[in-house]
Design a protein around this ligand. Structure first.
Ligand code: PMV
Length: 316
């Protein structure tokens, strides 16, 4: 008897990348954060393998990912394979007989939500285009835990929903509507780092030095609230000041990096209204809120050896 062909609920699924505008790290400790989606940042396409019993293959050339999902040998598996297997298993989807190919515009491991985009797109492949975002997010979190230990969930929410979201850990996210499109310049440092290590570093600082760390978290809360109000009325000058303040506060929590400071300074000198690290820090990316000329900021970054990504966060 021939084995039945494994099928998924969808042939193609996409997910958003993300930038955290304000509130990273503090969000792990209960402070709100604002995140924005980068559209169709990852697209996955699935097709059946000739051998329906062969282990499912996942290939994303831009990230140098080429793994097989073999059930049962967890310890030996590549983390990407383990995360993918967790997501598909939670969705009751087949682990055999499929070939999944990914196309992406996101650099991996740079704080732009690559892992959450992968987990969300896999969950969408398995659950189908009509699946509610809550279900997609829940399934994706099984994979995100493999990558990041105990993530707040903000990356999965934005990867699934896009737009601009206000997120408080453990609560449903709230969509935010910017009054004007937000011209952002993403500045990758090329410095690798591990989100889980940086989150643990901040956690230790908060536990050991609460009298110092807690007021910093509260100041970040202030930046988030003031930044959200500014976003909602299109006051980019104030939002830019909140970016600058937040960058300093994150550095005080110990997640800065000299390259991030340098790129933020270059962006500000080229007319950006503000600049900060985004995501876990320690490397990864910075974001600059451009004034009237995002390309001037990108050109200045290029002279500093950084290939910037110019993007615009839409109003709805
Ligand atoms: O995925 P990254 O590296 O952009 O960082 C995630 C944001 C953190 O607030 C640092 C961690 C979290 O789980 O919210």
């Amino acid at each position: 008897m021939t084995a039945p062909r494994p099928t998924l609920a969808a042939r193609e699924a996409a997910a958003f990348g993300k930038v955290i505008l304000l509130g990273e790290h503090a969000v792990v400790h209960g402070v709100p954060a604002l995140a924005a989606g980068l559209p169709r940042a990852l697209v996955l396409r699935a097709r059946p393998l000739d051998d329906p019993r062969g282990p499912t293959e996942l290939s994303i050339p831009a990230w140098d990912v080429r793994v097989q999902l073999a059930p049962g040998d967890d310890g030996a598996m590549h983390p990407v394979a383990r995360a993918a297997a967790e997501v598909l298993a939670l969705c009751d989807a087949p682990l055999a007989g499929l070939r999944i190919d990914g196309e992406t515009t996101l650099p991996a491991g740079a704080g732009l939500g690559s892992s959450a985009a992968l987990c969300v797109a896999l969950a969408r492949l398995a659950l189908g285009p009509g699946a509610p975002a809550e279900e997609v997010v829940e399934a994706s979190m099984a994979g995100e835990r493999v990558f990041h230990g105990s993530p707040s969930g903000i990356d999965s929410e934005i990867a699934a929903r896009g737009g601009v979201l206000r997120f408080v850990r453990g609560r449903p996210p709230e969509p935010i509507r910017p009054a004007r499109p937000l011209p952002l310049v993403i500045l990758p440092t090329g410095v690798p780092r591990r989100t889980a290590d940086l989150v643990a570093h901040v956690g230790r600082f908060v536990r050991r030095e609460p009298a110092v760390a807690r007021p910093i978290l509260e100041a970040i809360r202030g930046c988030v609230e003031r930044g959200q109000a500014a976003l909602e009325v299109g006051d980019h000058a104030t939002l830019g000041r909140m970016f600058d303040a937040c960058h300093g506060l994150l550095s005080a929590l110990g997640v800065g990096h000299r390259r991030l400071d340098d790129l933020c300074a270059v962006a500000r000198s080229a007319g950006a209204l503000g600049a900060k690290l985004t995501g876990a820090g320690g490397g990864g990316c910075a974001i600059a809120l451009a004034g009237d000329d995002p390309h001037r900021v990108a050109a200045a970054a290029a002279t500093a050896g950084c290939t910037a990504i110019v993007t615009e966060i839409a109003t709805a």
